[in-house]
Design a protein around this ligand. Structure first.
Ligand code: PLP
Length: 658
């Protein structure tokens, strides 16, 4: 929905629609997010604006419940809506093409293993004919528990397997589960044969093929001849011979491939599906019963909203993906006179990304002054006769005066930049004192900040590094390594924007720095007005008046969207920042919202235990030390009580700043 276009009271030239366009909300939001008349971000949990949940209201409501950001907001209704969307896209494609098989999506647990999410997917998935996929022993057990009582749900098991893994799957199948192990390595066939003989069953299994058609982008290595998983076509041929000889060919029911996650170019998919379907028909011709064609994951998400073949985007829709898959498989099977197989995809990212939103508070910012500190400059000049004043300082003072008198900021900036580098050289050689050095920096920053302001969003090539050098730094209460690992590990771009104050024009630009003690802990890749950018427009923090006491800032909340896939469990404990709180937010019939589930984040005690500290031993030892400090009069009793309270509250508190 388009936000209201009227100008806002705070800035007659700025509208809510301008904010939505600046942050690209309609481009990446998938119809699940919009802007309210109050200038806040709202979620549309059912994909239409008739039901809304105000994210800013939710954060205030959480704080009233003593739950402070950082927090992950999970919208189960968005998740269910995405699942329905995928179902409808394939149903439509199947009907259009008069395709003979059916479609199933099996949710890969690894994409987000949190129990509440898996259970939601299981519950909604049951009604949509979806299943589950696991890739490790813990995921196998989680999947068995999830599908307990739902024997008909398809359960696909990928990944490296040992005899115990295979045995569990064979026995689960014997118990009546619809479970299919996928052979990834040739020796797994022997393990299947052994287990089947031991338990006297005819096993059903699939095989993963290494396609020649590679994937694209970061996960291109998932496919191709040197891919880590799967059997080459020649190994599959040999496997068929072996299975026939052992009278087990009847068990080969599925052909599987996975050409990588976030397939951003539909052409890659077309090639892969064609190759996969051709291998499928050949296997049928060789006498394998088959029946299921599993395309793996890869269905992408448009993180930057550009609808293009960039690695943070996709150049196709869900409908196009479904139609391409169905059409290609049908055409190849029809040509070969082979019955249409059931189609399975292991779509994870595309199902859960939209339902997760990370919200954190900006704690403060480092901004470069637009006017130099006059007192500092005067102090530097007063220190010495003009003849002895370092030339770079004089040049910078002159540059500033010219700027004040209307000279071209770009020209002045070139001079200031040159003077600053000379000043640094002089200082390093011992020919400039610290006060003069500080004054030169102050003037340089002010000239640069003035130029940046003048340039606005149109930064020419010549000054491309200026936003990086002089943009603001917004210190934010979260850990990149815990909550946004792909922004660090693989330079993934996520949509990021404030969730309130959207009626105001954002007047600052900067990067987001997290609270870990790691200089890598910052986000400096964004999409602004549809283009990649190294800084994000944000609002100036408001001091005092409406917020906390003077010197503290009015709370300013920023959200990272589309974080539902991979971010929650791939993250780590860098600096011992633990899991954040996660809450499941649902819309009420009365127009409000409520919390369906609250999953509290890690306490300090819990993260210390992860790294084998014993919080109780620590507490005992530190209390002893405090007592000793009282005895030796290093601490007063009152100070000792404070220290003990800090210890106790600290151990049971949140790992983030409170
Ligand atoms: C075998 C397999 N299936 C499914 C997926 C999920 O992929 P996506 O999240 O791109 O749908 C993956 C992830 O890489 C995978 O390795």
């Amino acid at each position: 929905m388009q936000p209201p276009s009227q100008a806002t009271p705070d800035d007659p030239d700025w509208t809510l629609r301008d904010s939505a366009a600046l942050y690209g909300l309609d481009d990446w939001g998938g119809g699940y997010f919009g802007v309210s008349e109050r200038g806040t971000v709202v979620a549309y949990p059912h994909g239409t604006p008739d039901v809304t949940i105000d994210l800013h209201e939710v954060i205030q409501g959480l704080e009233a419940r003593d739950l402070y950001p950082p927090v992950v907001l999970r919208f189960d209704d968005i998740l269910a809506h995405r699942m329905g969307h995928l179902r409808r896209a394939f149903d439509h494609a199947i009907a259009e093409a008069e395709y003979g098989g059916k479609y199933t999506c099996v949710y890969p647990i690894k994409v987000n293993q949190q129990r509440h999410i898996c259970e939601e997917i299981r519950d909604v998935g049951r009604t949509l004919g979806f299943g589950i996929e696991a890739g490790s022993k813990p995921e196998l057990l989680a999947g068995l528990a999830l599908t307990e009582g739902h024997n008909d749900m398809l359960f696909v098991c990928n990944g490296f397997k040992d005899q115990e893994f295979i045995e569990t799957v064979i026995l689960a199948a014997k118990m009546g589960r619809n479970i299919l192990p996928v052979v990834e390595q040739t020796h797994e066939l022997d393990m299947i044969a052994r287990s089947a003989a031991r338990h006297d069953v005819t096993p059903r299994f699939g095989v993963r093929v290494k396609l020649a058609s590679g994937g694209v982008g970061r996960w291109a290595g998932s496919a191709g001849f040197r891919g880590k998983f799967g059997l080459s076509v020649s190994q599959i041929l040999a496997a068929v011979d072996q299975l026939r000889a052992e009278e087990l060919l009847d068990g080969l029911r599925m052909l599987h491939c996975h050409i990588g996650s976030q397939i951003y170019d539909i052409r890659t998919l077309k090639y892969a599906v064609s190759e996969l379907a051709h291998v499928y028909v050949e296997l049928v011709k060789l006498g394998a019963p088959m029946g299921v064609l599993d395309l793996g994951g890869g269905l992408g998400v448009d993180y930057d909203g550009s609808q293009s073949a960039r690695d943070s985007s996709i150049n196709y829709t869900l409908e196009e993906y479904a139609a391409d898959v169905v059409y290609r498989v049908k055409a190849i099977c029809d040509d070969a006179g082979v019955a249409h197989p059931d189609i399975v995809t292991e779509s994870g990212r595309a199902l859960v990304s939209h339902s997760g939103v990370l919200v954190f508070q900006v704690l403060g910012s480092r901004t470069f002054p637009e006017v130099p500190d006059e007192a500092l400059v005067q102090r530097a000049l007063a220190q010495q006769d003009e003849a002895e004043t370092p030339q770079p300082l004089l040049d910078l003072v002159d540059a500033w005066e010219r700027l004040e008198n209307g000279a071209d900021p770009a020209e002045v900036y070139h001079d200031a930049d040159h003077a600053l580098s000379e000043a640094v050289s002089l200082f390093n050689l011992g020919y400039m004192d610290i006060v003069s050095r500080a004054a030169t920096e102050e003037i340089y920053w002010a000239v640069g900040a003035r130029l940046l302001k003048e340039l606005g969003d149109e930064v020419p090539e010549d000054f491309a590094d200026l936003p990086d050098r002089l943009g603001d730094i917004f210190f934010s209460n979260f850990s990149l390594f815990q909550s946004l690992i792909d922004a660090w590990g693989i330079d993934q771009i996520f949509p990021i924007m404030p969730i309130h104050r959207l009626q105001e024009r954002p007047t600052r630009r900067g990067v987001l720095a997290d609270i870990t003690c790691d200089s890598d802990g910052r986000v400096d890749r964004f999409t602004v007005a549809g283009e990649p950018d190294t800084t994000l427009p944000l609002h100036a923090l408001r001091e005092g008046e409406n917020g906390g006491p003077a010197g503290e800032f009015e709370p300013y909340y920023v959200a990272v969207f589309l974080t539902g896939a991979y971010q929650e469990t791939l993250g780590d404990l860098h600096n011992l920042f633990g899991d954040t709180h996660a809450v499941h937010v649902v819309a009420n019939d009365d127009g409000g919202w409520s919390l369906d589930e609250v999953v509290e984040g890690d306490t300090v005690r819990e993260v210390l235990r992860y790294v084998q500290f014993s919080p109780d031993d620590m507490r005992r030892a530190l209390r002893k030390e405090i007592e000793a400090a009282v005895a030796s009069k290093h601490l007063t009793l009152r100070e000792a009580v404070r220290m003990r309270r800090f210890l106790d509250d600290g151990l049971d508190g949140y790992t983030y700043l409170e």
